[in-house]
Design a protein around this ligand. Structure first.
Ligand code: F6R
Length: 265
């Protein structure tokens, strides 16, 4: 696990965008796993601006979002589909037919959405790079504490804490769904590279438990310790409760030295 501590949330957004664009440069038909919520907003802005500046195209890219509320349709402004269109897809040259969320269209059996989503991800060759945010309770996607660490895309009940954290996005509490369809933890773990973004002191305890705590279903993000290629991008506030802060800075220093020495060869 690479734990990278950056000055502030802008630097986290810039680094997240840079990692994604690096994959896009190497593979024009890359498959990206995407997150919604407050944390990646600045990264999407950077991606729009930086891809334009670099002349990079999303024409052949496929995206799979982590989750969608059950009961909201694409036409609902609070749906994650609407969020993705508004914040990202409408501003890049991606083919709308290649952007997927675990949406349950009216008239569809919600129990069929998960298995169909898994099949679709596999049919596109799997996810090259998965972006994650993290909940204050350590959730990734909407895999709340005690979610099976081996879970696949399915319906999950949100915790009261998650419902409260996202309350501000809904004008009327009665319209806020308590259920979502989310990629499972095993689905996330199948990605080739996972990049977790966390900013702000309200994420510090979840970050500490995920990075330095025991692997446990009580903190779903702790499973990332078992993945071969994970990059954790933190601002100083989100990193503030880590025990090994000095060590992460030391690693970054050694890495720079190594890269410089390789350049000189
Ligand atoms: C969103 C998602 C969630 C969020 C998490 C953090 O697609 O899967 O896990 O990443 O709830 O949300 P923010 O970024 O709003 O703090």
């Amino acid at each position: 696990m690479d734990v990278i501590i950056l000055r502030d949330s802008d630097a986290v957004a810039a680094e997240g965008a840079a990692l994604l664009l690096k994959v896009l440069r190497q593979k024009s038909n890359a498959v990206f796993g995407l997150a919604s919520g407050r944390t990646p907003l600045a990264m999407y802005k950077r991606l729009i601006d930086d891809s334009r500046a670099a002349g990079l195209s999303f024409r052949d890219v496929t995206t799979f979002n982590l989750d969608e509320y059950l009961g909201l349709q694409a036409t609902d402004a609070q749906s994650y589909r609407a969020y993705m269109q508004r914040e990202f897809f409408d501003h890049i040259d991606i083919d709308p037919g290649n952007t997927f969320l675990p949406e349950c269209a009216a008239g569809t059996d919600p129990l069929e959405v998960g298995p169909a989503y898994e099949k679709l991800i596999r049919s596109r060759g799997g996810i090259d790079l998965q972006i994650l945010g993290i909940g204050r309770n350590g959730h990734i996607g909407f895999n709340e504490p005690t979610s099976s660490l081996n879970s696949r895309t399915r319906i999950k009940t949100l915790t009261r804490e998650t419902v409260a954290a996202n309350r501000e996005h809904f004008d009327d509490a009665a319209e806020q769904p308590q259920l979502a369809i989310t990629m499972g933890i095993a689905t996330i773990m199948d990605a080739g590279h996972i990049v977790l973004l966390a900013t702000g002191s309200d994420k510090a305890a979840a970050v500490r438990q995920s990075v330095e705590g025991p692997v446990s279903a009580m903190c779903p993000a702790s499973i990332l310790q078992l993945h071969e290629k994970v990059t954790v991008l933190l601002d100083e506030a989100a990193a503030s409760e880590l025990q090994l802060l000095d060590y992460y800075a030391w690693i970054a220093e050694q890495k720079c030295k190594l890269l410089d020495s390789l350049k000189e060869r």
